[in-house]
Design a binder for this molecule. Sequence first.
Ligand code: AMP
Length: 191
Amino acid sequence: MRILLIGAPGAGKGTQAVRVAKHFGITHISSGDLLRKHVKQGTSIGRSVNQYVDRGDLVPDAHVMDMLRKPVLAANESGGYVLDGFPRTVEQAEKAYETARELGVAVQAAVFLDVPTEDLVRRLLARGRGADDTADVISHRLEVFHEHTMPMLDYYANREELVTVDGARPPAEVTLSLLGELEAVRQSLPE
Ligand code: AMP
């Protein structure tokens, strides 16, 4: 299975992606985790993206695409992937589609984890992960999500690949719905 998990910061993408990956025996790839790892290890990508991540701004597409190419292709060879945090803009979705289509590895389902803004803010403040989880950066990250990522939902809805799951419920309930929806997609795929 090749799945995208879309949601605002704090929507529970990471938690749910781990469960989806386990259920389908596929690889979980988180663009945010990979970027943070590059920053921590001080790689050339890490040094280029550091300031964007700390401010809660989107990292330029070229860095993100470079970083993801290898892990996505490797995951595809070994059963599939659940991508968490990428794509995040209509432009990234279009570029990813072009590349994936050429390679025959286009996405089969895009899931939107829908959570009201007030719940997101509460969760993010409680998480306090680091420089990008302070009150100011949180509100900026939510603005970036509304401006750049929400329009991407239409892109997948128009392609009839979008599934929306109510992410405001307890994590176990969200997982149950999510896996139910994805199993239905899997059943409908050609052999
Ligand atoms: P996340 O953990 O997914 O919320 O990502 C943390 C940060 O990494 C974001 O605030 C962005 O700075 C950066 N980032 C993650 N994924 C992407 C992406 N697909 N495009 C651009 N920047 C990204």
